[in-house]
Design a protein around this ligand. Sequence first.
Ligand code: AMP
Ligand code: ZN
Ligand code: FE
Ligand code: FE
Length: 276
Amino acid sequence: MTNFRADLHCHTTCSDGTVTPKEIISLAVQSGLSGLSITDHDTIEAYQTATRYAQEKGIELIPGVEFSTSHAGESVHILGYAFSLKSDAIHALCAKHKERRIQRYRAILDKLAQHKMPISEGELLSLHPQGSIGRPHIALVMMQKGYVTSVDQAFKKFLGEGRSCYTKGYAFPVEETIDVIHAGGGLAVIAHPHLIRNGSITRDLLKMPFDGIEGYYAKFPPSEEKKWIAIGNEKGWLVTGGSDFHGTVKPHLPLGCSWVGEDTFQLLREHYAKVS
Ligand code: AMP
Ligand code: ZN
Ligand code: FE
Ligand code: FE
């Protein structure tokens, strides 16, 4: 028996998490994890520092990413795993997302100004100079400027889907994103199916050429995870899992609160050995 645990879903300061790639590796050690995949939104920058640090600290790190996509007008997150970190296809998609995020935050700042909550681009970028800006960064500045009392309130009143300052931005189709992950040698996984409320979207996704589904997610109770695990098993897909750790912006989700064991991790290891 082994007590091997791997958290396959977490975010760093390279996207909208609050701990750096190095800190997340140290935290993985402290949390008793053996394996990890960092899955920042639309970027793989964390691997520039995390790969070597993970080796030093004895954490097995498998490349990961969480791509933003859209299907039938709704936002869908897709996890990519065990792809080549040198893949031109993956790097090109990340670059397109970086540009999309710049256009989108500018549009959101325009809407906020119209709602008498001005934030300058400089104020936003001073918080996160790398420029891979997400809505949580905007929410933090809104809080600092006293427009809202919490990040959650910023989402509920202004930034959440359908709210007055929500801006979708250009959306990448799911199928295209799966193709890019495959072109990079990786495995494409449906992220947190528990959160997709529109059943027809789920049905469409389940017909697409995914390699896996995130069955274990955050702090969802086993009763709500069962269905997705069963679907994954039935399809012969990989059933992945992870915390969706973001640090202090989501304090209720500690690193390692959801995880997979060594059997699942071994499949990723074997796959990655072939692409790297
Ligand atoms: P974006 O990638 O810019 O569309 O932002 C998506 C991020 O916002 C994801 O990490 C979500 O989990 C996060 N998010 C959504 N709703 C909330 C909320 N109420 N409080 C904090 N973060 C949220
Ligand atoms: Zn996030
Ligand atoms: Fe997500
Ligand atoms: Fe996530």
